[in-house]
Design a protein around this ligand. Structure first.
Ligand SMILES: [Zn+2]
Length: 126
């Protein structure tokens, strides 16, 4: 069990919950949560996620690129991924039909499940 991930919340260890109290009996301390997988990406919960953003959000936006002008939704960047149920009586992933939908022109184009799940796959121009 050495593959535990540490919650990146800067104040995680300051919140009082039973599961944060760790250590030998009589010498327990309140500790950062660690889990084999964290449900909120790098964080144990939304409080830690928000605490991180409050502390580092501005620097993160500056680092990855601040938006300084409006973006416009056009036919060239209006593609979204969607799916329909082939059989509405069975809500099962195997019965999904995946497609791109252009939210302006309403044009649809076929999409495989692998393409649907690939977050970098898009028809949109950047
Ligand atoms: Zn946390």
């Amino acid at each position: 069990m050495s593959d535990l991930k540490y919650c990146q919340g800067p104040d995680c260890h300051t919140y009082f919950t039973n599961d944060r109290m760790k250590g030998p009996k009589g010498n327990k301390t309140n500790q950062t949560r660690r889990r084999s997988s964290l449900l909120w990406g790098e964080f144990c919960d939304t409080r830690c996620e928000h605490a991180w953003f409050d502390k580092y959000g501005t620097r993160a936006v500056d680092h990855f690129g601040r938006l300084n002008e409006v973006k416009h939704l056009t036919e060239e960047n209006a593609w979204v991924k969607n799916y329909d149920w082939e059989d509405s009586t069975s809500y099962d992933n195997r019965n999904r039909t995946y497609y791109f939908l252009n939210t302006i022109t309403k044009e649809q184009r076929p999409l495989t499940e692998a393409q649907y799940n690939d977050s970098s796959y898009t028809l949109n121009e950047r």
